[in-house]
Design a protein around this ligand. Structure first.
Ligand code: NAD
Length: 284
């Protein structure tokens, strides 16, 4: 049976540390503040935003929610981002996805001041990560959380053969850079990758972020490999599952993340921690 990466327990540890850092900042008269721009009435986004606000409050982080109707214009949202950039009390800005089709999200993210870009999506921050720049800059929270979890569970990265399924801006691409910057050999897979499952069978570390429920089974994995399941899929019966069939995969893997309770809780904890990072860096 594989070692299970307990995302909830590790997220608690991260949160404990975040809370201590917030308390230290408060002694200096600084309260970290994030601003979340929420557009429209997507029910999942509303729940996710509420969770973020609740967690932030518990850690002593101020969280301002800026709600806009779905019909809001690009210009109005850009003006809001500019206002938040100029607001000295705001340390972190994020735009909640999905956005209505008429809004160009990339253009919007490009207007966020890079030093307040808590999601790590601004091209300046993406470029720094890609080129392994030294110094402090935000990194997409899910990939950062994955690397922290691998380190926490002492998974060797340098020299590892890594296969990542899914090439999104949110997960696959930043993760590729993080692994390369740590001297791993990375294969990136998408829908048109030939012999994808054969590639997985060679990998020391497999990361699946495709959004395809229970797709990867134990037969597709190398004995003792490390399996990171990023997928979050809700089945017709309401059950939440990952992209990996946990029951069969955990018989073959050496280390594995469950869904729920794996990568998900880490993403939120890293986002709160990264808000505090940004605050500290801005006051250095
Ligand atoms: P996305 O839809 O932007 O990208 C999916 C990627 O997977 C694409 O690059 C696509 O080419 C690839 N893909 C899809 N089906 C494939 C197939 N059959 N074979 C090969 N490649 C395939 O998705 P995303 O935003 O990166 O999210 C992926 C999954 O991860 C979703 O289930 C999402 O809910 C979940 N997610 C979870 C967290 C978390 O915190 N746990 C964070 C982000 C995303």
């Amino acid at each position: 049976m594989a070692t299970i990466i307990d995302g909830r327990a590790y997220a608690k540890e991260i949160n404990r540390e975040t809370k201590q850092r917030v308390d230290r900042l408060k002694k200096r008269g600084i309260i970290p503040k994030m601003a979340v721009v929420l557009v429209g009435d997507d029910p999942a986004s509303k729940i996710y935003t509420r969770t973020k606000q609740k967690k932030a409050k518990a850690l002593g982080i101020s969280c301002q929610l800026l709600r806009y109707p779905a019909a809001v214009s690009q210009a109005e949202l850009t003006a809001e981002i500019e206002r938040l950039n100029a607001d000295q009390t705001v340390n972190a800005i994020m735009v909640q996805e999905p956005l209505p089709a008429h809004i160009d999200n990339m253009a919007l993210v490009g207007r966020i001041a890079p030093e307040k870009d808590v999601d790590g999506f601004h091209p300046v921050n993406v470029g720094k990560l890609y080129n392994n720049f030294p110094g402090n800059y935000p990194i997409s929270c899910t990939p950062r959380g994955i690397m922290m979890a691998l380190d926490h569970y002492q998974v060797p990265i340098a020299g590892a053969d890594v296969v990542i399924v899914g090439r999104s801006i949110l997960v696959g691409r930043p993760l590729q850079s993080l692994f390369i910057n740590r001297d791993a050999t990375v294969t990136m897979c998408g829908r048109k990758t030939p012999h994808l499952l054969n590639r997985l069978r060679q990998a020391d570390i497999v990361v699946v972020a495709a959004g395809k429920p229970n797709w990867i089974t134990g037969d597709d994995l190398k004995q003792g490999s490390v399996v990171i399941d990023v997928g979050i899929n809700r089945l017709a019966d309401g059950k939440l599952v990952g992209d990996v069939d946990f029951v069969s995969a955990s018989q073959v893997a050496g280390t594995i993340t469950p869904v729920p309770g794996g990568v998900g809780p880490l993403t939120v904890a890293v986002m709160e921690a990264q808000t505090v990072d940004l605050t500290e860096w801005q006051h250095e």
